[in-house]
Design a protein around this ligand. Structure first.
Ligand code: UDP
Length: 238
């Protein structure tokens, strides 16, 4: 397969935020969310089309070992992502962006049902799109949704804002000598099963050749910088 080495123009991106990154002391970290909204607004004003996937880990993680059926537990996790998306989208609206929250299942009038046609139409209308509710299926993660929607929406790049500042050869929390990659190919991520995103999500990106930048959400202006040469993190090439 031919490797793409030339940097694509970043007209349409998908930003992934983990749920935990939004949390502080068991509640929403409003300051952090306002900071995120400000950074996204700067790119929005430049005409970049923005899709967002948010996790739900601040509210719920698929539980095992307790007396709750896994699909039920995962339903709670998916609903948690709906709450997160509604909450964060309101901050975005307050910051001056048009928004839409799209789910793969009906959620009354809280959200709208996802379809590619509708999502594409909304991007043309300059709306920031929040893909909430996960894939709508248990046993998946919001990383899987990130890959699926990135492919379907034909984004130029995924921007994955994490609590860690890139991809390492081993877990830096356990191994102080862990080395961060400046760039790494998606083939290598899959081959070495580097767990920075889940394996199924990586395999989808490998098959559909979507590049990704992984960086720390907590570094100042990291989201804004992730669209420029000042990007600091790991570039996952295709
Ligand atoms: N989830 C699911 N299917 C999906 C996406 C999410 O069942 O397509 C559930 C799963 O239980 C997961 C939880 O929602 O643990 C929260 O998502 P995730 O762990 O990806 O959130 P993050 O860790 O990124 O905050």
């Amino acid at each position: 397969m031919m490797k793409e080495v030339v940097m694509r123009t970043l007209n349409r991106v998908l930003l992934k935020l983990s749920g935990e990154a939004l949390a502080k002391n068991g509640s929403y970290n409003e300051e952090e969310i306002r900071r995120i909204a400000g950074q996204v607004k700067a790119r929005y004003d430049q005409g970049v089309q923005i899709c967002i996937v948010i996790g739900g880990g601040n509210i719920w993680r698929g539980r095992t070992g307790v007396e709750i059926d896994r699909p039920k537990s995962d339903s709670i996790g998916m609903l948690a992502t709906v709450m997160n998306c509604i909450y964060v989208s309101e901050h975005f609206r307050y910051a001056g962006m048009k928004t839409a929250v799209l789910t793969p299942f009906v959620c009354g009038n809280f959200t709208e049902l996802f379809s590619k046609d509708l999502a594409m139409e909304y991007l043309k209308q300059k709306k920031v799109l929040f893909f909430a509710g996960g894939t709508g299926h248990p046993y998946f993660t919001t990383d899987t949704l990130m890959s699926l929607r990135a492919i379907e929406m034909e984004v130029d790049m995924i921007l994955a804002a994490k609590s860690i500042d890139g991809v390492y050869d081993k877990d830096p929390e356990k191994y102080p000598d862990a080395v961060r990659f400046d760039t790494i190919s998606i083939d290598e991520v899959v081959e070495k099963q580097l767990g920075v995103i889940d394996l199924f999500a990586s395999c989808l990106l490998q098959e559909h050749r979507i590049p990704m930048r992984i960086f720390s959400l907590y570094e100042e202006d990291s989201i804004a910088k992730s669209l420029t040469d000042e990007f600091n993190g790991t570039e996952v090439t295709i």
